[in-house]
Design a protein around this ligand. Sequence first.
Ligand SMILES: NC(=O)c1ccc[n+]([C@@H]2O[C@H](COP(=O)([O-])OP(=O)(O)OC[C@H]3O[C@@H](n4cnc5c(N)ncnc54)[C@H](OP(=O)(O)O)[C@@H]3O)[C@@H](O)[C@H]2O)c1
Length: 291
Amino acid sequence: MRETITLGGERRVGRIGYGAMRLTGDQLWGEYADHDSAVKLLRHAVDDGVTMIDTADVYGPHTNELLIREALHPYPEELVVATKGGFVRGGPDLSTIAAVGNPNYLRQSVRLSARRLGVDCIDLYYLHSGRAADAPFEEQVATLAELRRQGLIRHIGLSNVTVVQLSTATSIVGIAAVTAHYNLADRDEAPLLEAAASAGAVFVPWQPVSLAPPGIATNPHGSRAMRQVVQPIADRYGATIPQLALAWLLQRSPAVLPIPATTIPEHLDDNLAAQDLELDDRDVDTLDRLA
Ligand SMILES: NC(=O)c1ccc[n+]([C@@H]2O[C@H](COP(=O)([O-])OP(=O)(O)OC[C@H]3O[C@@H](n4cnc5c(N)ncnc54)[C@H](OP(=O)(O)O)[C@@H]3O)[C@@H](O)[C@H]2O)c1
């Protein structure tokens, strides 16, 4: 049986989830062009053993949550659907995205995500950004704590926060998960990973197979220089570079739960199979020194 990880001290989930963000339109706006294959892909993910799906109200906006509901509701008991709130879009241009932390906005966002997902209580709800400047961070976290007390959220997560913000948040309420940009090519958030693990939170690297800077553009195969190092290692395990990137993340810390995105069923199968790769110490060491 494959390894699991415990979310919020009570919920066992598999160590590789699925990020649904790319099942949206151009620039993450509107509907995904091939609706039926998106529905099939989400069902395939769950049939294949995915127990954590990552979405957000701002993906689409709204279309991604609605697609997940259409494909998977009523949700299997073992499935955690994690969503996020705290970003708004000014239109199809992704650069219009802005963080909002107004408590009433967050209250409304949680209730509307629950409505779109078709649940009374959201399994895992992240504050999408630690950067909202329209309300104190403490107040935003306290608002999510209030919504949890009211039964609308089961577990609270934080997305794109600093180590100090994580510490502030844990003094207010238990934090079950922290998500940040972290992968083979970018380790800037290593201190956040350590802090999350110490706080008993699951650390969810986003863009886990992309070997490119954070953003909408991804590069699952890396630059030429990076490929020269990682391809021979991947070849030794009969693996692809994305599989190697995922296996390395899993061995990095038992608190890590990556959420790779894909629109291709075969890539989804490959990503889940990365759990079965065991990298030897020498290769882990080489990969550790890459970034
Ligand atoms: N909290 C946040 O602020 C935040 C920000 C960004 C993303 N996220 C979450 O993180 C998830 C993942 O991030 P991401 O989509 O940006 O990056 P990613 O998962 O690192 O990379 C996705 C890209 O890699 C390709 N890919 C995936 N598996 C592959 C494989 N086995 N072989 C070859 N190519 C593969 C996909 O293309 P194909 O479709 O061709 O496979 C896709 O273009 C998102 O879906 C979202 O849920 C969160």
